[in-house]
Design a protein around this ligand. Structure first.
Ligand code: MG
Length: 416
C-alpha cells in the first residue's frame, strides 16, 4: 500500500468495520450487509472505501458469529483488498463486537475509526477528514444537523411535546478516536455494565469531549428494504461525479430556466422564496406551493439535466403533501451536487398584483442563498405586477420565472 512520508511518521489509523448484525429489521433471508448494491455486496462496497482511503492503513472486519466470514473472505479475494488485517467474530451486541475487534488491534495503532458495515456510501473524503480531525482532537464523530421538526410521542400515539431541534444532530460513522481513549472508554463501560448505541457515548461518559463535524447526506445507513433503492441512486450520482472529475476540462457552466404558477386561495398561508409573507390568501398546491422556490428548483434541475420538479416529487405522492418547498429545494441542490454541480447564481422574477414584496425581497434572497449554499450576492429576486392583465392581474394567482446558472464537473452518463 502506498503512503506519503507524512503519513508514515504518524501512528497508523485502523478501521473497525462492524458487519456483525443479523439484519433482522430488513426482513428476507440475507443479512443486509450482504445484499447487493450496484452489483456488489454492501459490505464489499463499504470495505472498498476504506481500502481506497489514504489515511487508513489497516481494516479489521467484525462478522456475525454464525457463519459470517465467508462473504467477507470472498469480497477480500474477489476485489484484491490488501488492508484487511483480521476478520473477527462479532458479539451479541454491537458494543461487544467492537470490543472484540479492539482486542485484535496491534499495539502500534494510534487511531481507531469505527464504522457501520451498512454505510457503504461513506465518501472517502469524510473518512480522511475524520481521521485528520481525530488526530487533532482525540475524539471525532460526523453528523448532520436535524432539519425536521422533532416530536416526543407517548404510548397512545399522541404528541407529548415538540422537541427544540436547535443543537441536535443525527450521528453517523466513522467515529474516530485516539486508540487509548476508545480502549479506556470500552474498558470502563464493560466494568460498569454500561451499554450504549454508539461508540461516542462510551467516550462521552469518561469525560473526554467529542467533536462533531459535518458528515455527508450520502452516508446513509441501510436498514430498511427501501434504503437499498435510495442507496442505488446515490451510488449512481457518486459515480457520475467521479467520472466528471476525470474529465479533461473539469469546470463546466450550464444554465437552466424555470417557470411556475399557483392559484391564490383563502385559508392558506402565503410562502414565497422560503419566507412566509403576511397576506389574507395563500397559494394552493400539493406542497406549500412556494411558486418562487418551485421556479428556481425547476431551473436548477434543468441546468443539471435532471428532469423537473413533478418528476422528482410527484404530486400524487403523499410524502410531499404540504411539505415545505425549502426541503424540495435542498433535495434538488443535493441532486445537483451529486452530479458535480454547485449553484453559481440565481435570477428570478415573481409576478403578482398583491401583496407588495418590497419589504420581503431581502429575506427571500437570504433564504434562497442559504438553501442553495451560496452568498446572498449571487441571488437576485425581483417582483413585477401584470398591470391588471390576465389571471395575475385579476389576483387569481402568482407566477414566477427563474434562471439558475451552475458550475462544476460534467457527469458522464453511461460510463461505469
Ligand atoms: Mg409548483
Amino acid at each position: 500500500m502506498k503512503k506519503t512520508t507524512d503519513e508514515n511518521s504518524l501512528p497508523p489509523a485502523v478501521a473497525i468495520v462492524v458487519a456483525g448484525g443479523s439484519g433482522r429489521r430488513m426482513g428476507g433471508d440475507i443479512p443486509k450487509q450482504y445484499r447487493l448494491l450496484g452489483g456488489l455486496p454492501v459490505i464489499t462496497r463499504t470495505l472498498g472505501v476504506f481500502e481506497e482511503s489514504s489515511s487508513i492503513s489497516g481494516i479489521i472486519v467484525v462478522v456475525p458469529v454464525e457463519g459470517g466470514s465467508g462473504h467477507v473472505m470472498e469480497a477480500v479475494a474477489s476485489r484484491g483488498f490488501s488492508k484487511i488485517r483480521a476478520v473477527v467474530s462479532g458479539g451479541s451486541t454491537r458494543q461487544e463486537s467492537v470490543r472484540n475487534a479492539l482486542a485484535a488491534l496491534n499495539h502500534s495503532v494510534g487511531i481507531v475509526a469505527v464504522h457501520d458495515g451498512v454505510r457503504p456510501l461513506v465518501p472517502v473524503d469524510l473518512i480522511d477528514l475524520c481521521v485528520r480531525e481525530a488526530r487533532k482532537y482525540g475524539a471525532v464523530v460526523p453528523g448532520i444537523p436535524v432539519a425536521d421538526t422533532l416530536k416526543s410521542v407517548d404510548g397512545t400515539g399522541r404528541i407529548r411535546v415538540t422537541v427544540e431541534r436547535e443543537g441536535l444532530w443525527l450521528v453517523q460513522t466513522p467515529q474516530v478516536f485516539h486508540r487509548h481513549i476508545l480502549q479506556d472508554a470500552y474498558d470502563r463501560a464493560f466494568a460498569d455494565g454500561f451499554s450504549g448505541t454508539d461508540d461516542a457515548v462510551l467516550v462521552e461518559r469518561t469525560g473526554v469531549s467529542v467533536v462533531m463535524i459535518p458528515g455527508s447526506r450520502d452516508n446513509m445507513k441501510i436498514t430498511l428494504e427501501n434504503d437499498l433503492a435510495r442507496a442505488e441512486e446515490i451510488l449512481t450520482l457518486q459515480r457520475d461525479v467521479k467520472q466528471g472529475r476525470r474529465a479533461a476540462n473539469p469546470v463546466h457552466q450550464r444554465v437552466g430556466f424555470g417557470y411556475d404558477s399557483h392559484r391564490l386561495v383563502e385559508g392558506r398561508k402565503l410562502f414565497l422564496g422560503g419566507c412566509q409573507i403576511p397576506y389574507d390568501r395563500g397559494l394552493l398546491g400539493h406542497s406549500d406551493a412556494d411558486v418562487l422556490l418551485h421556479a428556481i428548483g425547476d431551473a436548477l434541475l434543468g441546468a443539471v439535466g435532471a428532469g423537473d420538479l413533478g418528476r422528482l416529487f410527484p404530486d400524487d405522492d403523499p410524502a410531499w403533501k404540504d411539505i415545505s418547498s425549502t426541503v424540495l429545494l435542498e433535495t434538488i441542490r443535493s441532486v445537483a451536487s451529486g452530479r458535480g454541480y454547485g449553484v453559481h447564481n440565481v435570477d428570478a422574477t415573481v409576478i403578482l398584483e398583491r401583496p407588495r414584496l418590497k419589504l420581503h425581497i431581502d429575506s427571500m434572497e437570504e433564504a434562497i442563498a442559504r438553501l442553495l449554499g451560496v452568498e446572498k450576492e449571487r441571488v437576485s429576486v425581483k417582483a413585477s405586477t401584470n398591470e391588471g392583465m390576465g389571471f395575475i392581474g385579476r389576483g387569481e394567482g402568482i407566477a414566477a420565472f427563474a434562471v439558475v446558472s451552475v458550475a462544476g464537473n460534467e457527469h458522464d452518463d453511461g460510463v461505469m
